[in-house]
Design a protein around this ligand. Structure first.
Ligand code: NAD
Length: 301
């Protein structure tokens, strides 16, 4: 029991965060109390102002779990500012490095990650969350530019951030205080989609981009196991975020798809955040290259 407790998710592993709204990485705070606790279950949002995306829910979940340093980024300045406010609302002491930008821009990503490391020294956890849905079109209706845009952000952007983060992770020591077999140097979680596993009408570019993220995750997991880095992804089902329910009437339009899942409800961003936290935590120390589907059973039906 003693050993088991020692191996449980330590909030101190998340104490020092280099995290972003849409990609984030976290680094351990050597001064943090070595508390032992299971990942905190994320609280659902209370107010309309808190209605935000999966990235914001992930950032808040990490801060609730004890993360004290976090890097946040988003293309949209207002969204980024809202996330910073929400994170400070949980812990006013949290150190935030926030910079808006485009994750499909190689120069921006490299600078962001270098500056994050310069400021916080380590990157222990990185979550790639930024994504776009694109237009609902069949292949013969879609322009090359539309196809390229979805893939540039969802797939190439995710790879650019992962590459920049892993470049630093491979050089850092494993987190101290971990079991000698279960120790890790870093953990990466990519946000793919249930549509990276199955598809639906009018989702050719999106489905392809998310399937690429799933297999990119596996490839990186194979390549970096030897470095003590775990790389996994989550595949959300239909989640209540601005992407899906941001427009008037969008919720009604989604209902037929929601009904496919045996649980017959839309998911909360906090439910994805909880899965992300688990995959980052020491409790997932033997989970590698996995695509964790969090969809109320959509893909099994
Ligand atoms: N909501 C769902 O039902 C659902 C389902 C499966 C997968 N996902 C995935 O989850 C992730 C988060 O989606 P969400 O539902 O929170 O959507 P969202 O629209 O609320 O959040 C996506 C965020 O990404 C940002 N973004 C877009 N392009 C960017 C770029 N080039 N650089 C930096 N930031 C950029 C947007 O500004 C936005 O804030 C996405 O990758 C999405 O594909 C969502």
């Amino acid at each position: 029991m003693g050993e088991y407790e020692q191996l449980k998710f330590r909030s101190s592993e998340l104490m020092q965060a280099v995290s972003t709204k849409h990609e984030f990485a976290l680094a351990r705070d050597p001064t943090a109390p070595d508390q032992v606790s299971a990942p905190a279950v994320s609280e659902p949002r209370n107010s309309p102002r808190e209605r935000a995306g999966i990235g914001a829910a992930v950032a808040k979940a990490f801060v609730r779990a004890g993360c004290s340093r976090i890097v946040l980024t988003d293309l949209n300045k207002a969204t980024l500012a809202d996330t910073c406010d929400a994170v400070r609302g949980i812990n006013p002491e949290v150190q935030i490095y926030a910079h808006d930008g485009d994750i499909s821009d190689e120069g921006f990503v490299e600078t962001l990650v270098d500056e994050a490391v310069g400021r916080f020294q380590r990157i222990d956890y990185s979550v790639q969350c930024a994504g776009i849905r694109g237009s609902s079109l069949r292949s013969h209706e879609m322009t090359t530019d539309e196809f390229d845009l979805v893939n540039r952000v969802n797939y190439r952007g995710t790879w650019l951030v992962t590459r920049a983060v892993i470049r630093h992770m491979v050089q850092q020591e494993s987190l101290p205080g971990q079991h000698r077999i279960r120790k890790q140097r870093g953990a990466v979680v990519n946000v793919a989609s249930q549509l990276g596993i199955v598809s639906r009408p009018g989702a050719v570019a999106y489905s392809a981009s998310k399937a690429a993220v799933v297999n990119m995750t596996r490839a990186d997991a194979i390549d970096y196991s030897q470095n003590g880095i775990r790389v996994n992804c989550v595949c959300p089902g239909i989640i209540d975020t601005p992407m899906t329910t941001g427009n008037t009437g969008a919720r009604e339009g989604l209902q037929p798809a929601i009904e496919i899942a045996p649980m017959k409800r839309i998911g909360l961003p906090e439910e994805i955040a909880d899965a992300v936290l688990f995959l980052c935590s020491g409790e997932a120390s033997f989970v590698q290259g996995h695509a964790l589907v969090v969809d109320g059973g959509y893909i099994i039906n």
